[in-house]
Design a protein around this ligand. Structure first.
Ligand code: BG6
Length: 499
């Protein structure tokens, strides 16, 4: 057995919230089904809702059945692992009861994962509560704390949070999770780059024209307005964390090994080398938008400002695009365009790498109307695909050319893709922190986005409005200046949107 033989307990703070219901519990269920959990592993849900063990078990079963997870023997045995402790995370009595639960559970609970799936304002409260009850001490087993993003809401608050956490926890106990890094297709970026040699000679400023990283969603704030409108916005919610991580994986140098510190050392170097965004010309370097009412996949949807829980006249952006440069030997002057938005036309996350044109257009007079650059397209979701667009001769007597696609599907039919949280929850048990963020990475990422957010917060104008169901504000094209670049919206040759 691998780590599945390790006895431990998962303690989930915020067990009745969206994240626990939609991601954490389903991921733990999969680990249970795949035999990655020792027999005595228990999962304790903590929250204010006054469930008992029995009523929580009923509730989770109901959620699983509604979301299509089959009701079978494995579900029965999984449900048996669940226990519940209700109480206020702000009161010492709660941590005493938690201590009793842990203490009474014998060997299994000597190793405990505390998962903070609560509002970020509670991170320090919970950590201090656990510390005061001596539940973070590792005298009889390990104690690990998983911290969801956002880690702070800007550079200053991230620094304060880090300071407070490190008063109570050793760095080895802290797992700053970024679920995007756990996605199969995102991990595949490392494999593509470092298990093959063919890309490496081309992977630099001499051959690459620019790189686009897109995360597009069709959903709106999705019942999370109170978080999104106050502490989110597209830059904080997606770019500061997920998209900058993807950028770091694309741009980093080969690590000396796949060991956590080696990997994180290389990522942080990229983040620290990002050139400060040009605030004097912000409109062509960072663009923000907010969805107006429209139609997504044929369904009429309200605008951001009409969503329940969004403050009247809110300036929170639901779309953001940024042009970033990495000032290092490999990438100097190659633009990286990052964009993300809610209520866009399609749910799609992808990386598009455009290569430079050949030095001479030898086929210009023979039927090529417009030279097509080569593209490497990497689909993250919904499809995880790798495609290369190249020019080839059209069969026939004339020397006409067209674009063809070399398509490498990453998964074969029938192969199960692991959900990001499955991998990451397992890594916590193994003590493998390579896919978790180190504080210096988080800090470097805030350093990149903070000045932009600060400048936007001083702007009295609403973000650019874009109709729901489109591809964001028209002005997002301004980010390309007068170059011949344009956003790629799809992985297919014919579905390039504006190109
Ligand atoms: C979360 C953001 O971190 O990532 C959400 O808070 C976003 O707003 C989500 O929708 C996107 O990730 P995924 O894996 O659901 O595509």
């Amino acid at each position: 057995m691998s780590c599945c033989g390790i006895s431990h307990a998962y303690v989930i703070f915020g067990a009745t919230g969206n994240l626990a219901a939609n991601k954490l519990l389903p991921a733990l269920y999969q680990l249970h089904c795949m035999g990655h959990m020792a027999e005595d592993v228990e999962i304790l849900g903590c929250g204010r809702t006054p469930f008992t063990q029995e009523t929580w078990q009923i509730e989770v079963r109901k959620q699983f059945v509604e979301s299509g997870i089959a009701e079978d023997a494995s579900l029965d045995s999984f449900i048996q692992r669940l226990d519940y402790l209700s109480g206020s995370l702000k009161e010492a009595a709660f941590y005493q009861s938690l201590g009793d639960w842990i203490g009474n559970d014998g060997e299994c609970a000597n190793n405990v994962v505390f998962y903070l799936s609560v509002s970020p304002e509670l991170y320090v409260t919970v950590t201090e509560g656990l510390a005061a009850a001596q539940l973070l001490e590792e005298s009889h087993g390990w104690r690990r704390m998983v911290i969801e993003k956002p880690f702070g809401h800007d550079l200053e608050s991230a620094r304060e949070l880090q300071h407070s956490l490190s008063d109570q926890l050793k760095e080895e106990q802290i797992y700053r999770i970024d679920h995007y890094v756990g996605k199969e297709a995102v991990q595949n970026l490392l494999v593509l780059r470092f298990a093959n040699l063919i890309l490496e000679p081309l992977w630099n400023r001499y051959h690459i024209d620019h790189i686009q990283i897109t995360h597009a969603e069709t959903v709106g704030v999705d019942g999370r307005a109170s978080y999104y409108d106050n502490s989110g916005g597209a830059v904080r919610d997606m770019i500061q964390s997920h998209l900058l991580q993807v950028m770091a994986l694309l741009a980093m140098e080969p690590p000396v090994s796949m060991e956590a510190e080696a990997l994180r050392n290389e990522k942080v170097k990229v983040l620290q080398s990002i050139r400060p965004v040009n605030l004097e010309q912000l409109a062509t370097h960072a663009i923000r938008g907010q969805y107006a009412a429209g139609e997504v996949k044929g369904v009429a949807v309200p605008g951001y400002l009409q969503e329940e829980g969004v403050a009247a006249g809110s300036h929170t952006e639901s779309y953001a695009a940024m042009k970033l440069y990495i000032d290092n030997w490999r990438w100097k002057d190659v633009p990286f365009y990052l964009r993300t938005g809610k209520r866009l036309q399609e749910r799609r996350s992808m990386v598009a790498v455009r290569f430079k044109q050949p030095p001479m257009q030898l086929f210009q007079g023979s039927g090529i109307y417009q030279p097509h650059p080569n593209w490497l397209l990497i689909g993250i979701q919904p499809e995880d695909a790798v495609r290369m667009e190249i020019s080839a001769k059209v069969p026939g007597l004339e020397m006409h050319t067209r674009q063809i696609v070399m398509d490498a599907s990453v998964s074969t039919p029938g192969e199960r893709k692991a959900e990001a949280y499955e991998e990451l929850l397992l890594d916590v048990i193994k003590g493998d922190r390579s896919l978790f963020l180190r504080y210096d990475e988080v800090k470097a990422a805030w350093t990149v986005v903070d000045p932009v957010m600060q400048r936007w917060s001083e702007d009295e104008q609403l973000p650019l409005q874009y109709p729901a169901g489109g591809w964001g504000p028209k002005a997002a094209e301004k980010i390309f200046g007068d170059s011949d670049r344009a956003w790629r919206h799809s992985l297919s040759c014919n579905g390039k949107g504006s190109e």
